[in-house]
Ligand binder design. Structure first.
Ligand SMILES: Nc1ncnc2c1ncn2[C@@H]1O[C@H](COP(=O)(O)OP(=O)(O)OP(=O)(O)O)[C@@H](O)[C@H]1O
Ligand SMILES: [Mg+2]
Length: 352
C-alpha cells in the first residue's frame, strides 16, 4: 500500500497562539522524513494534524491524493508513537502489543508470532507479562514502539520516540528504526530536536522554526547549503561572518569591513552585488594559515583536546570566536597570532 501525504496551507491556532502557520508539505511514498526544530516550533502539532488527532484551523490534507482533512483518525491507516508513551496501564506488555492485532482480528498463532518478533526487536522478550507501571520510562517507550510497528501500518509517525533512552540504547534503536523503515517500505515521519539523529536517519529533513518550515531538503542540502542563518546554526556548528558583497571585486567585506573574503561561485537568489549576507564556514572546512596568506587574522584563545583532533578558538574581534578543528600535532599555543583560510567553494552564503 502506498502512502503519500500532502498538506496545502494546513494551519492550527489556539485562540491567539499560532501553533502552525499555513504549511505546504509533500511527503513522498516510502520516504523517511524528519521534522526537526526547537521546542514549540510546531512539530507535534503538524504530526497530530496528519494523524487526525488535532483538527486543523485551515488548509487541506491529502492522503494518496484523496482529501483526508476531516477523516477520522482510525480510517487514515496511520500508526503513531507519541512523545509520551500512552500504554494501556491495566494491560500486560504482551496485551499492549497484541492490541492493534486484536482490533484487526488477526488469528492467534500469527498474533503470537508477531508479538514475539516485536518484543525481540526492542529487546524486551522477557518482559511480556509485566504491567507498564513495572517498567522504566525507557522500557515503556520501547513497548510503545513495538506496539506501533507490530501491525505494519503504511504511515508511521514517531514523536521523539527515543527521548527517554540512554545513548547506547538510543543508537541501537536508531539502527532498528532504519532497518524497519527499509523492511516495511512504509512512509516514516519522525520528530526530533536532536540534529545528529535527524542527519543519521533521514531521507529528508524538514527544519521548523516558530511554527513555520524554515528549510526542507536532504541532510547534505541542509548541512552544505543552509538557506538561512537559523538553518546554519541549528544543524552542526557554524562560523557566521556577516557583511556585504563587494560591488566590483566579486568577494565580500566581512566583520565591519575588516576581512576581504572570496565567495563561492554558487550563490543563492538575493546574493547580488552590495547585498548584506552572512558567510557560513564549518569548523572542519577551515584551517590555520600563515598570516600573510589568510582571510582572517586573530589570536588563539583556547585549544580543546577532542580525541582524534583539537578544537581551536580564535578571537577575530567578533562577538563569537571563530572555531576550527586541527590535527593534534599542529595545534597552536594559546595567545599565538594565527591566520585562517578555507576553500571558498566550501563555504555557503546566506542572505539576511
Ligand atoms: N492545546 C494547545 N493549546 C494552546 N497552545 C498549544 C496547544 N498545543 C500546542 N500549543 C502551542 O503551539 C506551539 C507549538 O507546539 P508543539 O507542541 O507543536 O511544539 P513542538 O515543536 O512539538 O515542541 P516540543 O519540541 O517541545 O515537543 C507551542 O507554542 C505550544 O505552546
Ligand atoms: Mg512536541
Amino acid at each position: 500500500m502506498t502512502a503519500r501525504l500532502q498538506t496545502c496551507a494546513i494551519s492550527k491556532h489556539y485562540d491567539n497562539v499560532i501553533a502552525l502557520s499555513p504549511t505546504d508539505l509533500d511527503v513522498r511514498d516510502g520516504e523517511f522524513l524528519t521534522l526537526l526544530g526547537p521546542s514549540g516550533s510546531g512539530k507535534t502539532t503538524l504530526l497530530q494534524i496528519l494523524a487526525g488527532l488535532v483538527e486543523p484551523s485551515g488548509g487541506t490534507l491529502l492522503i494518496n491524493g484523496k482529501d483526508a482533512t476531516h477523516a477520522p483518525a482510525g480510517e487514515r491507516g496511520i500508526g503513531m508513537v507519541f512523545q509520551s508513551y500512552a500504554l494501556f496501564p491495566h494491560l500486560s506488555v504482551w496485551e499492549n502489543i497484541a492490541y492493534p492485532l486484536r482490533m484487526r482480528k488477526m488469528d492467534k498463532p500469527a498474533m503470537a508470532a508477531a508479538v514475539r518478533d516485536a518484543l525481540e526487536m526492542v529487546q524486551m522478550g522477557s518482559y511480556a507479562n509485566r504491567l507498564p507501571r513495572e517498567l522504566s520510562g525507557g522500557q515503556q517507550q520501547r513497548i510503545a514502539l513495538a506496539r506501533c510497528f507490530v501491525y505494519k501500518p503504511s504511515v508511521i509517525l514517531l514523536d521523539e520516540p527515543l527521548g527517554a533512552l540512554d545513548k547506547k540504547l538510543r543508537e541501537h534503536m536508531q539502527s532498528e528504526i532504519r532497518s524497519l523503515h527499509k523492511d516495511l517500505g512504509a512512509t516514516f515521519i519522525y520528530v526530533t530536536h536532536d540534529q545528529e539523529e535527524a542527519l543519521n536517519l533521514s531521507d529528508r529533513i524538514c527544519l521548523m522554526n516558530q511554527s513555520k518550515i524554515e528549510q526542507i531538503g536532504t541532510p547534505e542540502d541542509l548541512y552544505d547549503r543552509p538557506a538561512t542563518a537559523f538553518s546554519a546554526q541549528f544543524i552542526g556548528y557554524s562560523n557566521l561572518l556577516s557583511g556585504r558583497i563587494g560591488e566590483t571585486s566579486g568577494g565580500a567585506q566581512l566583520g565591519n569591513g575588516r576581512f576581504a573574503v572570496p565567495l563561492p561561485a554558487q550563490r543563492p537568489a538575493g546574493a547580488v552585488d552590495a547585498a548584506e549576507i552572512s558567510l557560513v564556514v564549518r569548523p572542519e572546512e577551515a584551517r590555520l594559515a600563515s598570516v600573510d596568506d589568510a582571510y582572517l587574522k586573530g589570536i588563539v584563545t583556547d585549544v580543546v583536546f577532542a580525541g582524534s583532533d583539537c578544537r581551536v578558538l580564535v578571537d577575530i574581534g567578533e562577538s563569537r570566536p571563530f572555531l576550527l578543528r586541527c590535527g593534534r600535532r599542529e595545534t597552536p599555543s594559546v595567545g599565538a597570532g594565527v591566520g585562517v583560510r578555507w576553500n571558498p567553494e566550501h563555504a555557503a552564503i546566506v542572505t539576511c
